[in-house]
Design a binder for this molecule. Structure first.
Ligand SMILES: [Zn+2]
Length: 242
């Protein structure tokens, strides 16, 4: 079914696929040792459900970096990008995550979409705002961009060491709500930081959907690297123009 808003997108939960054990069942990541046939079957099922051609999926290896690929640039099979942008109908962009934030972007007037994977390193490096910058190259305007943060580790569970807190403080200063006290160590709220960065580059506050569920808290719905390690599965958010 073609969505009325001109985009197909989603943040699939972990159910409905064919992978087994701790990766049951809609594991969409191929790097952590799942049966490749299962991952391929899961990706096909998702594409069929969402209404896109599975051969049109563009999903690169993520490296907790900040580089963003723009549609039309060469793309090797082993390309490493944590962000992708596109302004053509057909390709569907994928962003993998299991606790890191999968972020989807859409600019309805210029018809540009983006996807990003943002863990704490990517967040500090500014991968989300790099996506906005590359969308601008394709005619997008930040004030028209809609952004959705997908299921990811919440401040409830993202306990970090003082060295990580120091990196955030050095990069951003005192963002209200960024660092919160936990029972043992301090916690970081990656969503607060992401919102702050996006607003600084001109994304409207009301265009940012930043309260997704916590992947580590909700094990029956989500994979979580902190909870399950590499034995677990990986989600893939997706977005494309239709
Ligand atoms: Zn949690």
């Amino acid at each position: 079914m073609i969505p009325a808003d001109g985009f197909t997108h989603g943040f699939p939960e972990r159910t409905g696929g064919v992978s087994t054990g701790p990766r049951s069942s809609l594991n969409l990541g191929a790097r952590w040792g799942d049966d490749k046939a299962n991952v391929a079957a899961n990706r096909r099922m998702l594409a069929e459900h969402a209404g896109y051609d599975p051969s049109k999926l563009i999903a690169t290896r993520h490296v907790h970096g900040t580089n963003v690929w723009r549609f039309g640039e060469p793309l090797a099979d082993d390309a490493e990008f944590d962000g992708l942008v596109c302004n053509e109908v057909g390709p569907v962009l994928g962003a993998f995550a299991a606790d890191c934030i999968p972020i989807l972007f859409a600019e309805p007037t210029a018809r540009v979409v983006g996807a990003a994977h943002a863990g704490w390193r990517g967040t500090v490096g500014g991968v989300a705002t790099n996506v906005i910058e590359r969308m601008r190259e394709l005619g997008a305007r930040p004030e028209r961009v809609r952004v959705a943060l997908g299921p990811s580790i919440g401040a409830c569970c993202f306990e970090v060491g003082p060295e990580v807190v120091a990196e955030f403080t050095a990069a951003f200063g005192a963002v209200p709500g960024m660092v919160v006290d936990g029972p043992n160590k301090q916690h970081i709220d990656l969503r607060v930081v992401t919102r702050s960065l996006l607003e600084k580059v001109g994304v409207q506050p009301e265009h940012i959907d930043d309260r997704p569920p916590c992947t580590r808290c909700e094990g029956d719905r989500f994979f979580s690297y902190r909870r399950d390690g590499r034995e677990g599965g990986v989600h893939m958010a997706f977005i494309g123009l239709v």
